[in-house]
Design a protein around this ligand. Structure first.
Ligand SMILES: Nc1nc2c(c(=O)[nH]1)N[C@H]1C(S)=C(S)[C@@H](COP(=O)(O)O)O[C@H]1N2
Ligand SMILES: [Mo]
Length: 366
């Protein structure tokens, strides 16, 4: 027995590119991704939306659940679910992507949830705007940030904490943050944060705190684990890093053809093929261009529109498939002129990898 029973859990296991630790397989089984073929839908079917839950899903009684507004507010208050649902409601289609999406495509990969491409989805979220609730609680003059904490508690690197994140008052004013109780017209499912969660449109998913229970006004920056110890772009372990926030421009295609069960290698017949997919960027910035790459040549795609300012855009591109093995890629450009890189941008934890997707297909029969 080691003297410190937590010793093994204070750091991350060793990782090797292309190989997965049993702990990662465990995480991958709990935190499933979307099926890329369902990118056909504007709104991701609820059961196919990706999941990322750090600890256990808390079992919450919606009948007694309350959100408390506490800390440095002049008028702290609490809201139960009936009071929340009676507030002015909006429904907003929002594309949410996990900051770790694409991590497994990095070399050298870091240990964590081994996403390839699939940690993204679009839902129509129903809730009430956050800003008026903060205004109603009246932050004291010295308030710098508002913290949002969920009911799920656990450990990471030996640090016990409830999952929590913060936003500055300026961010709350600029972003269209919602306090949400419904997803695609139905009550939130337990795994998506029932009975109530935050949705921060245009930011990576970690900001959208599930099982929201506590909204606290702070006079010093929030020091929660999920705010300061992780979700930072670090160049090395000692780098304090920059916070991960807005989603980077990205696109995905529905892999054309049909798959092999084990390898997922794709097969299709020669001839004309329309390749379809979705593209999105952060903060509501529209996508202006998508290109389909075929063995290094780029074909211009048509954009087919989006369901809302924070929702992904459909695209389609025509390709004449010729016999043989081909590498397909897709890359998007947004209205700010950002284009997806062909190789992953580097950081220690493999966050926000928006490198152009690669799909290998074989035109012809095996
Ligand atoms: N309370 C709580 N909120 C959370 C998380 C969590 O583990 N606990 N995971 C975050 C992360 S990293 C992501 S990507 C999104 C995923 O939301 P989903 O599981 O509904 O897709 O929730 C965020 N909110
Ligand atoms: Mo995430």
């Amino acid at each position: 027995m080691s003297e410190d029973p937590f010793h093994d859990y204070r750091s991350r296991p060793h990782t090797e590119d292309g190989r997965f630790h049993p702990y990662e397989v465990g995480l991958a089984n709990r935190n499933h991704g979307a099926m890329l073929e369902l990118l056909a839908h504007d709104i991701t079917p609820t059961g196919a939306h990706y999941l990322l839950t750090h600890f256990d899903v808390p079992v919450v009684d919606a009948g007694t659940h309350r959100i408390t507004f506490d800390g440095a507010f002049e008028r702290p208050f609490a809201l139960d679910m009936d009071e929340l649902r009676a507030l002015p409601a909006v429904t907003m289609p929002v594309t949410m992507e996990c900051a770790g999406n694409g991590r497994a495509g990095h070399a050298k990969r870091s240990f964590s949830m081994p996403w390839m491409y699939e940690a993204v989805g679009t839902s129509a979220w129903t809730g009430t705007p956050l800003a008026p609730l903060i205004a109603r609680a009246v932050p004291k003059a010295e308030v710098v940030e508002i913290a949002f904490e969920g009911l799920d508690f656990g450990y990471d690197k030996g640090v016990g904490h409830a999952f929590g994140r913060s936003l500055t008052l300026d961010q709350i004013a600029e972003l269209d943050v919602l306090v949400v109780w419904a997803m695609n017209g139905a009550d939130l499912l337990p795994q998506h944060g029932a009975p109530v969660r935050l949705i921060v449109p245009g930011w990576y998913g970690m900001a959208s705190v599930k099982w929201l229970a506590r909204i606290t006004a702070l006079t010093e920056p929030y020091q929660g684990f999920q705010q300061v110890q992780t979700y930072r772009f670090r160049q090395d372990a000692d780098d304090p890093g920059e916070p991960v926030q807005a989603i980077r421009v990205k696109s995905l295609m529905i892999p054309p053809g049909v798959p092999d069960w084990v390898s997922r290698m794709r097969y299709l017949d020669p001839g004309p093929v329309t390749v379809r997919g979705r593209a999105w960027s952060g903060l509501g910035v529209p996508v202006t261009r998508v290109e389909l790459g075929v063995d290094g040549d780029w074909i211009e795609a048509r954009l087919t529109g989006r369901a809302g300012d924070y929702a992904w855009t459909g695209w389609e591109a025509d390709w004449q498939a010729t016999p043989g093995r081909h590498e397909l890629r897709c890359r998007a450009t947004d209205a700010k002129g950002n284009t997806q890189p062909l190789e992953p941008p580097w950081d220690v934890a493999g966050f926000a990898n928006n490198a152009a997707q690669r799909v290998t297909v074989i035109v012809g029969q095996p």
